[in-house]
Design a protein around this ligand. Structure first.
Ligand code: AMP
Ligand code: ZN
Length: 138
């Protein structure tokens, strides 16, 4: 399904032109318009899925293969020394475009720096409650 008012549906399907790195039957990979680092790319499925919870499982599996292929090409083509996959689900998590996508962000010696989380702590009691709360819903 393609959603008429979705910018990523339009970019993925070539309705709006973009700097395209890769395309197959299921995906287009484009450069992010506001890159976190040189070569920051977005893997966009051609069909509309709101987020990971909405994504077709087989498409999700193929998306990871595309990410691996792209990461390898970035390591040799851009001379980055690593890359991050970032995938936001929901506004609280930083999702701004409600069409599933995976960020592939090349990382270079010397930066740019990226914000990491501050490691916290958790008690054994709280751990037990969390395990129960999640596993009961799986
Ligand atoms: P997220 O915050 O995970 O929803 O990421 C959305 C990403 O899409 C951001 O990094 C934006 O810079 C990027 N973005 C939004 N519109 C466009 C566009 N027209 N072309 C390329 N990237 C875009
Ligand atoms: Zn869409």
């Amino acid at each position: 399904m393609v959603k008429d008012d979705c910018i990523f549906c339009k970019l993925a399907n070539g309705v709006i032109p973009a700097a395209s790195l890769y395309e197959d039957d299921d995906f287009r990979v484009i450069l992010d318009a506001n890159p976190a680092s040189k070569g920051h790319a977005l893997i966009l499925p051609k069909h509309h899925y709101r987020d990971l919870t909405d994504l077709d499982e087989a498409v999700g599996a193929r998306a990871l293969s595309v990410a691996a292929k792209l990461g390898k090409a970035m390591l040799s083509g851009l001379n980055c020394t690593g890359f991050n996959l970032v995938q936001n689900n929901g506004e609280t998590a930083g999702q701004t475009v409600m069409h599933f996508h995976i960020h592939v962000i090349p990382r270079y010696e010397g930066g740019p720096e990226m914000v990491a989380w501050k490691p916290g702590s958790v008690s054994p009691e709280e751990t037990e409650k969390i395990v129960e709360a999640v596993t009961s819903k799986l």
